[in-house]
Design a protein around this ligand. Structure first.
Ligand code: UDP
Length: 483
């Protein structure tokens, strides 16, 4: 019978931490619903989560990894650059990286032929998976790794092009057709909305493949953004399931950085330092897996958090070849002594956010970081840098009202000089959030409520649990065309 057959899924994440981590977490969610999951990735990327897979196996979850080599040579990329986070300057090589992705098509198709999984979950960047799977009668789902809100904003840009007649980079305009009045400036939009780019071309293909796929998986939960979950399904007309927050499935195991190590700090020392701090007093400062700031911006951050007087943990990624960056950060580290912790390269983010001493997260609004903050009940200081992060900022500050904006107004490519955020703006935002005002108290209360909702969503009977169950039932009943 259909019920007796264990479904087998291929999971195919993009090689970038912000995509890889939620994918592995998602694999665990599906596996806990009885699905056999095979994660397809490159050897280097597989190493970044091998510790979690080992633990999952011990817990009896049916998750394994199938390796495909990264086509470095064909793509004209240096050996070892198999993860978007490993590039010192990602924007310079983004086209090469995007081109490399299409070279995975042949080996992926071979694996599909060989294993004939029941369905595939692919990163949106592998848009060709939809057609390749359909040829073999296999259902495919697309995982964007962002929220309903940003999916809605992106879609409405394509639909209504509200930005087309805006001349100045700083003029604001309203994104039409959304449940709330959301304003953006031209400078906050991705390049591909303003001029043709390789990324833009890829996004067009993504849009086309979405419509032909079985549907979209969204790492969010219904109670967080009900108006946008409804808008995406009913107004935009997409078939979508909310399956998050997927980070709740990982049981606190920290993933590794693209350099594959976590030896830069002593986890226990950090946690006992946190233990010594008052509840809600510590600021966590981190900008995801890809951001590299300039020396000038690093100095402003250092001076800003120092001036705020708040204890802090700053996850600091410097370009080791830049003597100025090294000097600034080393001097700062000496000066602050035990008032703050500086973590080089990579931190166990979820572990830190979950600590009762944690009081605020200075974040670039990558969706994973944003959702992890909400899931931990920690309000935010928003500092978006690129891609849909400016949209996520609006969700946090205007719709959910759990964050203060640092006022990063300009679209700033990683390392961009033009858009320096000044120390006084950082200090001001920190004081607004951590200074104990009425507005900040309300934000903290709301963040705590989201934490409770998030935890309920993935429990049996919760909204995300129910959506995963419904999806699996649908996949089970879906007639798999004969090949
Ligand atoms: N992360 C982490 N330690 C770090 C930096 C990042 O564990 O020092 C994790 C973080 O918890 C999140 C992911 O890496 O799950 C980053 O994803 P996000 O969408 O926030 O940003 P991106 O890296 O894609 O810009």
């Amino acid at each position: 019978s259909a019920e007796g057959h264990q479904l087998h899924a291929f999971f195919f994440p993009l090689m970038a931490q912000g995509h890889l981590i939620p994918f592995v977490d998602l694999a665990r969610v599906f596996s806990s619903h009885g699905i056999k999951v095979t994660i397809i990735t490159t050897p280097l990327n597989a190493r970044l989560f091998s510790n979690t897979i080992d633990r999952d196996k011990q817990l009896g979850l049916d998750i394994s990894v199938q390796l495909i080599p990264f086509p470095s040579e064909e793509a004209g990329l240096p050996q070892g650059y198999e993860n978007a986070g490993s590039f010192p300057n990602f924007p310079a090589v983004i086209s090469k990286f995007i081109n490399a992705l299409s070279l995975f098509q042949r080996p992926f198709e071979d694996l599909l032929q060989e294993h004939r999984p029941d369905f595939v979950v692919a990163d949106m960047c592998f848009h060709w998976v939809t057609d390749v799977s359909a040829k073999l009668g296999i259902s495919s789902l697309i995982f964007h790794g962002t929220c309903f809100f940003s999916l809605c904003v992106s879609d409405n840009f394509i639909r209504y092009t509200p930005h087309e007649n805006i001349k100045s980079e700083t003029d604001t305009f309203v994104v039409p057709g959304l449940p709330d009045q959301i304003e953006l400036t031209m400078s906050q939009l991705s390049d591909h909305l303003k001029k043709p780019t390789d990324f833009g071309k890829m996004m067009e293909r993504v849009k086309e493949s979405e419509r032909r796929s079985f549907g979209i998986l969204v790492n969010s939960f219904y109670e967080l953004e009900p108006a946008y979950a409804d808008h995406y399904r009913k107004v935009i007309g997409m078939k979508a399931w909310h399956v998050g927050p997927v980070s709740l499935s990982n049981g606190g195991i920290a993933y590794k950085s693209e350099r594959g190590n976590r030896a830069f700090f002593d986890e226990h020392a950090c946690l006992s330092w946190l233990d010594s701090k008052k509840p809600n007093s510590v600021l966590y400062v981190s900008f995801g897996s890809m951001t590299r700031f300039t020396a000038a911006q690093l100095l402003e951050i250092a001076m800003g958090i120092e001036a705020s007087g708040q204890p802090f943990i700053w996850v600091l990624r410097v370009n080791d070849e830049d003597a100025e960056q090294r000097r600034i950060t080393e001097e700062f580290e000496e000066k602050i002594e035990r008032r703050g912790l500086i973590i080089r390269d990579w931190a166990p983010q979820i572990l830190f956010l979950d600590h009762p001493a944690m009081g605020g997260f200075v974040t670039h609004c990558g969706w994973n970081s944003t959702l992890e903050s909400l899931t931990a009940g920690v309000p935010m200081i928003t500092w978006p840098l690129f891609a849909e992060q400016f949209y996520n900022e609006k969700l946090v500050t205007q719709v959910l009202k759990v964050g203060v904006s640092v006022g990063a107004m300009e679209y700033q490519r990683i390392g961009g000089e033009k858009a320096l955020v000044k120390r006084k703006d950082i200090k001001k935002a920190v004081e607004q959030l951590m200074g104990g005002g009425e507005e900040a108290d309300q934000m903290r209360i709301r963040a705590r409520e989201f934490k409770k909702m998030a935890e309920r969503a993935l429990e049996e009977g919760g909204s995300s649990y129910a959506d995963v169950t419904a999806l699996i039932e649908e996949l089970r009943l879906y007639p798999r065309p004969a090949v």
